[in-house]
Structure formats: structure tokens, C-alpha cells
Design a protein around this ligand. Structure first.
Ligand code: IMP
Length: 203
């Protein structure tokens, strides 16, 4: 089955290709499928934003006459920091400006929690996956990945906020863990596995 994934984020695409079973799914990015337009993510939840992405890309593919059967899939994800009242949340990509380097965004969050004890540094990544099937029906899934805000950004694996996302049980940040660990345990991995189970039950 072809899956056309509605993201322009190379870090996410690499994770999705590593997580989904490559024997069963051919993952095609929206760019490879010919979509280069803008998607206005003006939803108020992860699910709404993920659905906006899949609906926008599917509309384009139908109008462009993209051949064959395919599922359009997208994720919307974000980081929620308890001490910041759940921010940046659905605005994680736009937090402090879309083009601001993550080294600066990560340090700003660490600085905002200066002196805050570990019990109050709780944070989680949240991911919702949306799918539109060939018959036009839609489904969403959601999963979370729990950690705390690190005292210092560390590591080079992954992307985005990974260097400031500390996993106490691993004594390391997400960006210090082997990529295989994240691809098994992360919010995106778990939400994608749920999506795979939904697909398996349908086909
Ligand atoms: P989206 O592309 O609109 O879903 O934006 C999600 C944003 O949340 C990303 O650009 C990152 O800033 C952040 N984010 C989501 N998942 C992760 C992750 O696995 N690691 C690090 N940052 C993430």
C-alpha cells in the first residue's frame, strides 16, 4: 500500500520511514507526490491540524489525478511543558519563530525553568496521526511520550526539542539515545503503530 505522508519535515520523514513496515508500505513524501503548496494549520488541537494536512494534500492529489490507491497520512505533534502551562503545545514549530534555531528555543525553555526542581519539570511530546483512506473515510490516533525538561541541552540524534527532553529512566536526553530507542518508544512511534493496526484491520 502506498502512503503519501503530508510533511515537509525531513526529521519526521526519516522517523516515519524507519518505524513503518517497509515490506507493507511504500512511504512517499508529499513533495515526491508533487505537492509543494502551503498548508495553513489553523486547528486548535493536534487532531484538527493533522486532519487539515491530510485533507489539503488529498484534495491536491485528486485534482492532479495522482494514480493508484493510496492512504494520505500526516502527523501533528508538539511539546507540552507542565511548568509553562502546556506550552508550546500545538505551536511548538512556531514557538519563538519558525526559523529560530532549536539550539535557541531549547535553551530558552531550560532558562525559563531555571531553579525548578525535577518534580515540577514534567513534559511530554504528543503526536496525533490522521489518515484518509481511498474511500474518503478518515481516522486519527494519539500517543504521548513522557519526560522532563533537562537542566542542560545534550545530544545530536533526532531533531527539534530532543536535546532538552530528558528521560530520567535512561539517564539521558532523547537526543543522546540511539535512534532505535526513540523509534520504539516515542509519541510518533506509538501513534504510528496504532495507525498500522487500524490499516491492518481494514486491508
Ligand atoms: P508540526 O510539524 O506542526 O507537527 O510541529 C511539531 C513540532 O513539535 C516540531 O517542529 C518540533 O518542534 C516539535 N516536535 C514534535 N515531535 C518532536 C520530536 O520527536 N522531537 C523533537 N521535537 C518534536
Amino acid at each position: 500500500m502506498k502512503i503519501i505522508f503530508a510533511t515537509g519535515n525531513k526529521g519526521k520523514l526519516a522517523e516515519i520511514r524507519a518505524i513503518l513496515d517497509s515490506d507493507r508500505f511504500e512511504i512517499i513524501s508529499m513533495k515526491e507526490a508533487g505537492f509543494s503548496g502551503e498548508i495553513v494549520e489553523d486547528g486548535t488541537t493536534y487532531e484538527e491540524n493533522a486532519l487539515i494536512k491530510v485533507r489539503t494534500v488529498r484534495k491536491y492529489l485528486l485534482e492532479a489525478g495522482y494514480p493508484g490507491e493510496y492512504i494520505v497520512m500526516a502527523d501533528d505533534s508538539g511539546l507540552e511543558v507542565d511548568y509553562l502551562g502546556g506550552k508550546p503545545g500545538i505551536y511548538s514549530a512556531r514557538y519563538m519563530g519558525e526559523d529560530t534555531p532549536y539550539s535557541i528555543k531549547n535553551q530558552a525553555i531550560i532558562d525559563a525553568l531555571d531553579g525548578v526542581p525535577d518534580e515540577q519539570r514534567g513534559a511530554r511530546f504528543v503526536c496525533s496521526i490522521a489518515m484518509i483512506f481511498p474511500d474518503g473515510s478518515e481516522k486519527t490516533t494519539r500517543a504521548t511520550y513522557e519526560g522532563i525538561v533537562a537542566h542542560e541541552a545534550k545530544g545530536t540524534n533526532g531533531f527539534g526539542y530532543d536535546p532538552m527532553f530528558y528521560l530520567p529512566q535512561c539517564n539521558a536526553t532523547d537526543a543522546e539515545m540511539p535512534i532505535e530507542f526513540k523509534n520504539k518508544n516515542s509519541h510518533r512511534a506509538k501513534a504510528l503503530k496504532q495507525a498500522e493496526e487500524i490499516i491492518a484491520a481494514m486491508y
